[in-house]
Design a binder for this molecule. Structure first.
Ligand code: PLP
Length: 400
């Protein structure tokens, strides 16, 4: 038997990437699949950003840069944090990583250790718990139930804290639920967080995909949290730059230095051309972001209406952000498919891929096995056709 490092051996494959890969495989085999599994905007990177990359390439910006990014990029990230989030971070308190994912992992690996517990309000992005486990710490999944519109309350938070709790990862707008913590929710949580002194990691990657007005940043509401707070962000979703791999970490200087040391040993600087493109993305005109968000807003209305009228699906609260809805498929569970009762959201997703040729991600790995995640990062035409197909299948299955 091949012997692997025990933490790597225990690592789960990413459910979201697996769903996308399965859909791609079927598409390549000629099956007419509509994917509602995408975790990335369907828009192209704006031309001005591509042009900046071409210029950087022509100018020979093809060498190593400082590990945490060029000084111009750090400056641009610092300006962004002030402009978009109302947060003061000097360039020495920020760094760039190869995507938000690498930034998040490097921070988690820097801060947490064996014996530490890290709170993750759940449903949550599939990678958080795996990253915490890889660091040697223990993820503690704290339910943020549908009845609370998938938000953790201050009471839930207080009740989850133990002497071993060292941190929490908050993600608003949330992948997979689309839930957004509004100012009053953040204010209530901040009172508990201040008292504990635990590390507060705010994952803001969907910050612009916010359809009911933008809440303030937790660290702007309670600046004292910045002393034990980390901002995790990325250009991936905001600027339709998922493939470019530029993420952002901001926090206390000593922590950013330690994360940079780790990054210096495991990967080095993020791609130099992508860094030049990122400076343009952050510093140039921001209209494309608003246009993309406007399109997502229209789709959200469409998707919420259609999902609510689908037999077998329920979506009690309208998600305020990101580009996902996370309905319950409880009424479908137990219905017979291929001679067996549908056991959970993953099985429902599989059934819909086979019967309706529509892909989505089951809720199991998000910590919500009665749900499925539907992404609306695709055109209304595709969405409309996908829901027609799903409706035909679920009607038949339920005899509705
Ligand atoms: C909640 C959340 N955080 C972070 C990321 C990381 O994005 P990237 O590594 O592309 O910057 C994602 C991507 O799906 C996400 O959903």
């Amino acid at each position: 038997m091949l012997k692997l490092n025990r933490r790597v051996a225990a690592l789960k494959p990413s459910a979201t990437m697996a769903a996308e890969a399965r859909a791609t495989e079927l598409k390549e085999a000629g099956v007419d699949i509509i994917s509602l599994a995408a975790g990335e905007p369907d828009f192209d990177t704006p031309e001005r950003i591509k042009e900046a990359a071409r210029r950087a390439l022509a100018a020979g910006q093809t060498k190593y840069t400082p590990v945490g990014g060029t000084s111009r990029l750090k400056q641009a990230l610092s300006v962004k944090l002030k402009r978009d989030n109302g947060l003061d971070y000097e360039p020495a308190q920020v760094m760039a990583s190869a995507g938000g994912k690498q930034g998040a992992y490097n921070v988690i690996a820097t801060l947490f250790d064996e014996g530490d517990e890290v709170l993750i309000p759940t449903p949550a992005w599939v990678s958080f718990a795996e990253m915490v486990r890889l660091s040697g710490a223990q993820p503690k999944l704290v339910p943020a139930p549908e009845a609370q519109a998938f938000r953790l309350t201050a009471q839930d938070l207080s009740a989850a804290i133990t002497p071993n709790t060292r941190g929490i990862i908050l993600n608003s707008p949330c992948n997979p639920t689309g839930a957004v913590y509004r100012d009053e929710h953040l204010r209530a949580l901040s009172q508990v967080l201040l008292k504990t002194g635990m590390w507060v990691l705010c994952d803001d990657v969907y910050e612009h995909m916010n359809y009911e007005g933008r809440p303030r940043h937790l660290f702007a509401i309670e600046p004292r949290l910045k002393d034990h707070g980390i901002v995790l962000n990325s250009l991936s979703k905001t600027y339709a730059m998922t493939g470019w791999r530029i993420g952002l970490v901001a926090g206390p200087k000593e922590i950013v230095q330690a994360v940079t040391r780790l990054q210096g040993q495991n990967s080095g600087n993020p791609n130099s051309i992508a860094q030049a493109a990122a400076i343009e993305a952050l510093s140039g005109p921001q209209e494309e972001v608003a246009a993309m968000v406007g399109e997502f807003r229209k789709r959200r209305e469409f998707v919420v209406d259609r999902v609510r009228s689908l037999p077998g699906f329920s979506l009690p609260s309208v998600p305020d952000g990101a580009f996902y809805v996370f309905p319950s498929v409880k009424p479908l569970l137990g219905a017979k498919w291929k001679g067996e009762p549908l056991a959970d959201g993953d099985r429902v997703a599989q059934m819909l891929l086979d019967e309706a040729q529509v892909s989505m991600v089951g809720g199991n790995d998000f910590g919500a096995p009665e749900h499925v995640r539907i992404s609306y990062a695709t055109s209304i035409k595709n969405l409309s056709e996908a829901f027609d197909r799903i409706e035909r299948v679920t009607r038949k299955l339920l005899g509705a």
